[in-house]
Design a protein around this ligand. Structure first.
Ligand SMILES: [Ca+2]
Ligand SMILES: [Ca+2]
Ligand SMILES: [Ca+2]
Length: 203
């Protein structure tokens, strides 16, 4: 009986790594392509867990979208914080954004593949309201309103890549981003040459 228990425990422990398709933020994820975290794993990628820090925080992660038609990322049910979700291409150009869920879950956020141009590696960012991405000239890449519509970049900074974030952040605390139609990025994402600092963590 005792041996059986030990064997059972060993089996459970062995099964955990294979079942875990979650990434837990390490330290504070960066907010720009050069400092984004590169989650480590293979195959389906279901969830990111992290924390929004006080004073203004955005956390950016690499995700792979194999089929934009089924892509969804949401913080509905994943936090009580007033979040914003953002998707950028690997160079930092804006793809899509939502502040408050169009489906009405509340102040949490949901984005889909509606504006994703094709399969590939993308940068998914979460921030608190109202911590927003700016281009190099200090222009908003997305307008603040309407709050509850998913939108492609529609601000004066829409043509340029994200260069900074601002200017006031309110909500803080833990979050989970629940994802559908997402895989882990490869260890060397396509069109991206600045992952070295993150990869270095795992050597
Ligand atoms: Ca951060
Ligand atoms: Ca929100
Ligand atoms: Ca905003």
């Amino acid at each position: 009986m005792r041996l059986l228990l030990i064997l059972s425990a060993a089996f459970v422990l062995a099964a955990v790594p294979a079942a875990a398709q979650t990434w837990n933020e390490i330290g504070d994820a960066g907010d720009l392509p050069a400092s984004a975290q590169l989650p480590q794993g293979t195959g389906t990628f279901n969830q990111i867990n992290g924390t929004l820090l006080s004073g203004g925080d955005a956390d950016m992660y690499c995700i792979h979208i194999p089929n934009p038609g089924v892509f969804v990322a949401t913080t509905c049910g994943g936090t009580t914080a007033d979040t914003q979700l953002w998707l950028f291409d690997p160079t930092g150009l804006g793809v899509t954004h939502d502040d408050d869920d169009p489906g009405g879950c509340g102040l949490q956020s949901s984005i889909t593949g509606a504006f994703v141009p094709g399969p590939g590696d993308y940068l998914l960012a979460v921030s608190q309201y109202n911590w927003d991405p700016y281009d190099a000239a200090g222009n908003l890449i997305w307008q603040n309103t309407p709050f509850n519509f998913e939108r492609a970049p529609d601000g004066p900074g829409a043509p340029g890549p994200v260069a900074s974030w601002g200017t006031s952040g309110f909500a803080t605390g833990p979050y989970s981003i629940i994802m559908t139609g997402v895989h882990f990025c490869p260890s060397t994402p396509v069109e991206h040459a600045t992952w070295g600092s993150i990869k270095g963590l795992y050597r």
